[in-house]
Design a protein around this ligand. Structure first.
Ligand code: ADP
Ligand code: MG
Length: 713
């Protein structure tokens, strides 16, 4: 019998309830999820180096015999223990130390042959590895089988090793072992949803081989082929959904909104600024779409700070002035709150001016729904959505919950769309009767690219900033200018401004010698800016804590905010005028641009300092673009030129949860997938043919509402 890959992960041998809970945090709940939980990166440990030729400073693999072991406490550090071992091959000796892993004495034993992988340092004159990864190759001692799944069937050395994104409580070793178990048991039962002829034409591996080689690649070439197959599949499914939707689009009837010009005018007059020409143009397009009976499906793209929110809100006004409702979905709680504030403010300005949407008695109301809203409050909101008391519902993905039922949803606005998966965005659409949909993105996407990725969308572009903005001045500084950078921050704080320092990672990483937000926060607070209030915000903090920190920063209770990229999206604190970005070379240009967009929002001159020692090389070149260019579209184009589309969205991969790999990695594949999807739809628009039942199933499962959308109308 075929083992069911849709079974719960906790029934996998070696998992159990406790680990399953950890897995769930990684969004792994089914066996299938684990099979598709691909490595973050790989380490090539196929090259084994003689101890005699180890090069300090590099990660290398050694195969050697243990000749000495010792465990000892650390001087004046209670409870802290060191495990030391010396390994020997025919060319020399390598000393190894591990901290606080006393159980190692059960594995690393004298006379055992081990593979060691780690960064080579020097201890005196001899090579040393600290906390190397290890694999026991053979057991010469009499105890025979090794405990705890350590086996000669090497998962951790002498091959290309997968490295996964994990959380505390899950080690790479254990995870690899579980993946191995999972592959052994379930791979034979995996069904290939790609029809054979499509695989043939596009030279794609079958699914079993692809999944296997994603985790434990036979060699680099196989890994690449596996990756290609997986990406193709994702792109294909996406394009299939788009295609099915397009196929039916003509027949779909949504809401043909009336345009209540008087009301819209009073809304516009209530704004504290005049709309830019670009905003006007986008609004005109939205008006046209929304008044037509066919559903709008429009992407609103524009640089950070160009004023997309107001344009989207205008759409909401069209909706509510027809007595219908609008939903406004943002990727984070902080952003949702911000939108809610803006929208509520505009609504109360409107009602103060006597503007009512329809009927003299109805005061427009916005609601905020996020996962942190208390249950009782939630229930109230659910009711008010259902009975139409709430006109505009703002929130996070909490809007997707089943309990959320609208009285009459006629417009869906989705902010920062690349943070949501395709399936999620469609999920919200099914809560209305073919509602109009406006998707906003602040990642300026060059038009050609956008047309391929969002082949199902019309595009509105806002390509100018409101007048009166003072462009941010950007500088590149090497490590040697750090003193100057700190002085600069100090001066700004003294004159009442606020500042950000942004780091690429949170914890002192095992492998990368990057200054981490946490460590630097401590140092800055204690040693450099002790006379100021220094705050910390990062993605591993609880949402509540994060919101609290953000709120105090907004209120000016924090002067200097140390952060990871969590501040990237949409935060608006006008008084923050300085941003320092550490290890700037680690960010993509578009991401840097997004970050930089957090400043330059107020009346003071803002400054962005990119710290990097990479000035000379290619990444230094990239950074120069940031100094020279402030236009997000131009930056995106340069980014694309320099890196190719492959990495353009690389850093964002984590943001597309349902697409397990980034479809933008390879434009050619995306195009090929689109071609195949279109051809298939032409032949079999209902996916009724036998060879397509696998496809129909998976669409049904991964996107339960797809048929509703495909068949709607
Ligand atoms: P984004 O496009 O990044 O979402 P927002 O909509 O948040 O930008 O707008 C950024 C800021 O600019 C907001 O404070 C908004 O009120 C303001 N704004 C929007 N449009 C204009 C305009 N035409 N003139 C002046 N300020 C504007
Ligand atoms: Mg925004």
């Amino acid at each position: 019998m075929r083992k069911d890959i849709l079974g719960d992960i906790r029934y996998l041998k070696g998992v159990g309830l406790k680990r399953a809970a950890l897995f769930n945090k990684l969004e792994i709940s089914l066996i299938e999820d684990l099979l598709y939980y691909f490595p973050r990166r790989y380490e090539d440990r196929t090259v084994i180096t003689d101890i005699g030729s180890l090069a300090p400073g590099e990660y290398q693999t050694v195969r050697a015999r243990i000749i000495r072991v010792k465990e000892r406490p650390v001087f004046r550090q209670r409870g802290f223990r060191i495990f030391e071992a010396v390994a020997e091959d025919s060319t020399g000796r390598l000393s190894c130390v591990w901290f606080n892993q006393p159980y190692l004495k059960n594995y690393i034993m004298i006379d055992r042959e081990v593979m060691l992988f780690g960064k080579v340092g020097l201890y005196g004159n001899s090579p040393q590895m600290q906390n190397p990864e290890y694999e026991v190759m053979s057991s010469r001692s009499s105890d025979g089988a090794e405990p705890n799944g350590q086996s000669n069937d090497s998962l951790n050395s002498a091959r290309i090793i997968p490295v996964y994104s994990l959380i505390e409580g899950l080690s790479q070793r254990m995870f690899r072992r579980l993946i191995k178990t999972c592959l052994d048991e379930y791979l034979p039962g995996i069904i290939d949803i790609l029809p054979y002829d499509i695989r043939q034409r596009n030279h794609l591996l079958n699914i079993a081989s692809a999944v296997l080689n994603m985790h434990f690649p036979q060699d680099a070439l196989r890994q690449e082929e596996a990756y290609k197959r997986i990406i193709f599949e994702e792109c294909f499914l996406m394009q299939l959904i788009f295609g099915l939707k397009r196929y039916k689009a003509d027949k779909i009837i949504g809401t043909a909104h009336r345009l209540n010009e008087d009301f819209l005018k009073s809304f516009e007059e209530g704004l504290s600024f005049k709309l830019t020409d670009s905003q006007d143009k986008s609004i005109a397009q939205i008006k046209k779409d929304m008044s037509s009976p066919n559903p709008m499906y429009r992407l609103l793209e524009g640089d950070v700070g160009c004023g997309k929110t107001i344009v989207a809100l205008y759409g909401c006004m069209i909706s509510v002035s027809n007595g219908a409702q609008a939903a406004f979905m943002a990727p984070t709680e902080i952003l949702a709150q911000q939108h809610f504030r803006v929208i509520s403010h505009q609504l109360s300005a409107l009602s103060a001016a006597g503007g009512c949407a329809y009927g003299a008695s109805h005061r427009l109301k916005a609601g905020l729904l996020t996962s942190s809203v208390p249950l009782k409050e939630k229930q109230k909101i659910y009711n008010e959505i259902k009975n139409g008391t709430i006109d505009i519902l703002v929130g996070t993905h909490a809007l997707l919950q089943e309990e959320v039922e609208f009285k009459d949803l006629s417009l869906v606005v989705i902010d920062e769309q690349h943070k949501f998966g395709v399936y999620q965005r469609m999920g919200l659409l099914t809560k209305g009767l073919n509602p109009d949909c406006l998707i906003m993105t602040a990642t300026p996407i060059p038009r050609t690219l956008a047309l391929t990725i969002y082949s199902d969308l019309d595009i509105s572009t806002i390509d100018e900033l409101p007048s009166g903005r003072i462009p941010v001045k950007t500088y590149l500084a090497g490590e040697d200018r750090r003193g100057w950078v700190y002085d600069f921050i100090r001066q700004s704080l003294q004159s009442g401004r606020q500042a950000y320092i942004v780091y690429p990672i949170i914890d002192e990483s095992e492998r990368l010698e990057l200054k981490s937000a946490k460590a630097m926060h401590k140092d800055l607070k204690k040693n450099i800016f002790s006379d100021f209030k220094v705050g910390l915000i990062h993605g591993k903090m609880k949402q509540k804590e994060r919101d609290k920190v953000m709120a105090s920063f907004r209120k000016g209770e924090i002067d200097l905010l140390v952060s990871t990229v969590v501040i990237e999206v949409g935060i608006d604190v006008a008084n923050a005028s300085v941003m320092v970005i550490e290890h700037a070379e680690r960010f993509g240009l578009s991401q840097l641009h997004q970050l930089r967009g957090r400043i330059g929002r107020g009346t003071h001159q803002s400054h962005c300092i990119l710290i990097s020692d990479a000035a000379g090389d290619e990444s230094g070149q990239r950074l120069k673009v940031m100094v020279e260019e402030s236009d997000g579209f131009k930056i995106a184009e340069r980014d694309l030129e320099i890196r190719g589309p492959g990495e353009f969205f690389g850093a964002r991969q984590h943001g597309i949860p349902e697409l397990r790999v980034n479809p933008l990695e390879n434009m050619e594949l995306l195009q090929a997938a689109k071609k195949e999807a279109d051809a298939l739809i032409k032949k079999d628009p209902r996916l009724g043919l036998r060879q397509n039942t696998g496809l129909a199933d998976i669409l049904q499962r991964r996107f339960p509402d797809y048929e509703k959308i495909a068949e709607a109308g």
